[in-house]
Structure formats: structure tokens, C-alpha cells
Write a protein that binds this ligand. Structure first.
Ligand code: NDP
Ligand code: OXD
Length: 315
């Protein structure tokens, strides 16, 4: 019996691609999982499934029989926006471990802002011994924008730390632990109450540039902002103006329009911005490989395709 061939398509360094392929091959011994660059045109035309890690979307166009692709990244914005009318389903990584990693990051960086760490860092640079009040976490309102796989886990963990959490999503949710809002008015209500706003929305036509001067103008002065989703959700000109005018005290940015952030980008130089190199919730290879194995086994046994991104919604 000839084995099904699945390409691993990615722009990751070769050594990392090989690590993925080795582990996936251990878990799926009856499938030939190979580097994209090693597949001939004839084999490409037979592949039904591809495993992708933030690939160049154009490469997928060379696979004419694809039924679905499995991303080992949770965010698939690049695939959704850069492939016009894909003939295959796009399946994102849904990994509860990744959601907890993100929730940990949200809690960590919320404390970073809540406990004034950027202020103490700058005081240290000036040998300045000055104490600031410590408020209770219950007096700190944190808005989590996006209550999906990552936002919901983050909101719950913040609530466990006694922060006063409020959430915002497309369709209104309900939670025992925090108040939920939706819609444009809901967004205004949320951001105007927050000491810290956490962005965990997908990048779509609706969220592109959502954080602009009119939204910043509604925020409490001295509020903090954390963006762990995608860079283009924030208008950077408006962000810099908000920081300059002290409308916003500090922004923690993990994601950027261009990554790596170019060395000459003005964001690097701003003392009120903390730059992180896209590390808030990296995929864990082991847990992700187990999920991919289960999805692929299931497909080849029963024909079931895992639940895919809704291309109309864009996420
Ligand atoms: P999900 O698709 O599970 O959830 C998206 C959430 O956003 C949902 O609650 C959805 O509402 C809400 N939403 C979408 N559009 C709107 C809108 N126009 N108005 C209001 N709410 C909206 O995504 P995840 O939680 O898994 O991930 C979120 C993003 O995090 C990813 O798209 C990716 O960009 C980013 N990410 C970043 C990582 C990092 O390391 N920095 C790692 C992984 C992901 P509803 O529930 O009503 O549909
Ligand atoms: C992801 C990411 O989407 O790291 O997994 O941003």
C-alpha cells in the first residue's frame, strides 16, 4: 500500500522544520510527512492534506487536490487574507495548552503594568528611589477584547487573580466570572472603564486599525494596553500620539505589522512601549503534534475534517 504524502510547509529554519517532521513521523508512521521542497509535481497533485506553520500562502496554490490544511499556529490571518477563495479548508491549531500559555502571559504582563514595572525600570536608570501606591487587583479593571480560545482562558485566569475583568466579543457571551459586552457601544463601554486593555482579537476587516485616535480618546488617562494578537489592529501613529499626550501610560506590544520589527522602527525608541518578539504564546511542538496526529488519523479513518475557519467571518 502506498503511503499518503503530507507536505510540511513553512518558512521556519530548516532544522526546526526537520524537528517537526521527525516528531510527526513518529506519531503518524503510516504517513509520509516530508519537507515541501522535496516533493515532486506529480506527488503534489495528489496531496489531500498539508501541515503548515505560518507558510508563504502562495505555495499552497501548487497543491491542486488539497482538501484541508492543518496549521500548527493558532492565528491563520495570513492564510485567510492572502489566499483568494481557497478550495480547501483551513484548520487552525486549537490547543488548550497554548491557551494556558497565553493566559499566563496575559496575567504576567498585566501585573507588569499593574505593579508599575516600566516606571521602576526607568527610575532605576536614574538611581531614583521612589515608592508608588500599590492598588488592589480588585480595583484594577482589565478589558479582554476577544473571548475566543485564547481570550476566554486569559479572562478566567485574570479573574482568578482577582482582577476586575470585563470582556468583549462579536457575539455577546455570558460568564459567572466577568461581565461581557459586544457591539460598537459595548466596545466603548469596555475601553472607557479599563485600567488595562488586552487585545486578543483576530485581524479581520473589522478589527484592522480598530485602535485609532477615536478609541484612544475614550480610554482612561494612564491606562495601559497589551497587544498579543496582530500588529495591524493598532494604528501606530495614533498609538504614539496617545502615549505622547499621556492618554495612555504604556503599551506592551508582542506583535507587529512587519516581523521581526525593523531595526529602524520608531516603536523601538519609545520608553513607554515594551517590545516583545512575538513570544506571548508560542506553539508547543509536543502538544501541537499530538493534536495534529489526532486530527489527521481521524480524517484518514473517518473522512472527518476538523472544524475550519469561517472564511466569511475571517476567523
Ligand atoms: P478565536 O478565533 O478563538 O477568537 C476570536 C475572538 O475574537 C472571539 O471571541 C470573537 O468573537 C472575537 N472577535 C472577532 N472579531 C470580532 C469583532 N469584529 N468584534 C468583536 N469581537 C470579535 O481566536 P483565538 O482566541 O484563538 O486567538 C486570537 C488571536 O490571537 C489570533 O487570531 C492571533 O492573531 C493571536 N495569536 C497570537 C499569538 C502570539 O503568540 N502573540 C499566539 C496565538 C494567537 P465571537 O466569540 O463572538 O466569535
Ligand atoms: C500564532 C502566533 O498564531 O504565534 O500561533 O501568533
Amino acid at each position: 500500500m502506498t503511503k499518503n504524502i503530507i507536505p510540511f510547509i513553512s518558512e521556519l529554519p530548516l532544522t526546526e522544520q526537520v524537528q517537526w517532521i521527525e516528531r510527526l513521523t513518529q506519531l503518524l508512521p503510516n504517513i509520509e510527512i516530508v519537507l515541501e521542497s522535496s516533493i515532486g509535481d506529480l506527488d503534489k497533485s495528489h496531496c489531500k492534506v498539508a501541515i503548515v506553520a505560518n507558510p508563504n500562502p502562495k505555495i499552497l496554490m501548487h497543491y491542486s487536490s488539497l482538501v484541508w490544511i492543518q496549521s500548527v499556529w493558532a492565528g491563520v490571518e495570513r492564510l485567510v487574507t492572502e489566499i483568494e477563495n481557497p478550495s480547501f479548508d483551513i484548520v487552525r491549531l486549537v490547543d488548550p495548552c497554548l491557551a494556558q500559555t497565553m493566559a499566563d502571559a496575559v496575567v504576567a504582563w498585566s501585573y507588569y503594568l499593574h505593579r508599575d514595572m516600566p516606571v521602576y525600570k526607568s527610575q532605576q536608570n536614574n538611581q531614583n528611589w521612589q515608592q508608588h501606591n500599590v492598588s488592589l487587583t480588585s480595583d484594577c479593571t482589565i478589558g479582554v477584547l476577544g473571548l475566543g480560545k485564547l481570550g476566554l482562558a486569559s479572562a478566567k485566569k485574570l479573574a482568578l487573580n482577582n482582577f476586575n475583568v470585563i470582556g468583549w466579543s462579536q457575539n455577546k457571551k455570558s460568564s459567572e466570572n466577568f461581565k461581557c459586552y459586544s457591539g460598537v457601544e459595548g466596545l466603548k463601554t469596555v475601553v472607557s472603564q479599563c485600567n488595562i486593555v488586552v487585545i486578543l482579537l483576530p485581524l479581520t476587516n473589522e478589527t484592522y486599525g480598530l485602535f485609532n485616535s477615536s478609541l484612544f480618546s475614550l480610554m482612561k488617562s494612564d491606562a495601559g494596553l497589551i497587544n498579543f494578537a496582530r500588529g495591524n489592529i493598532i494604528n501606530n501613529d495614533d498609538l504614539l500620539t496617545a502615549l505622547k499626550s499621556k492618554k495612555l501610560s504604556h503599551a506592551v506590544l508582542d506583535v507587529f505589522d512587519k516581523e521581526p520589527l525593523p531595526k529602524d522602527d520608531r516603536l523601538w525608541q519609545n520608553a513607554n512601549i515594551t517590545i516583545l518578539p512575538h513570544i506571548s504564546a508560542p506553539t508547543n511542538k509536543e502538544t501541537a503534534c499530538q493534536i495534529v496526529k489526532s486530527n489527521i488519523d481521524n480524517y484518514f479513518i473517518s473522512g472527518n475534517i476538523p472544524s475550519a475557519v469561517d472564511l466569511k467571518k475571517g476567523y
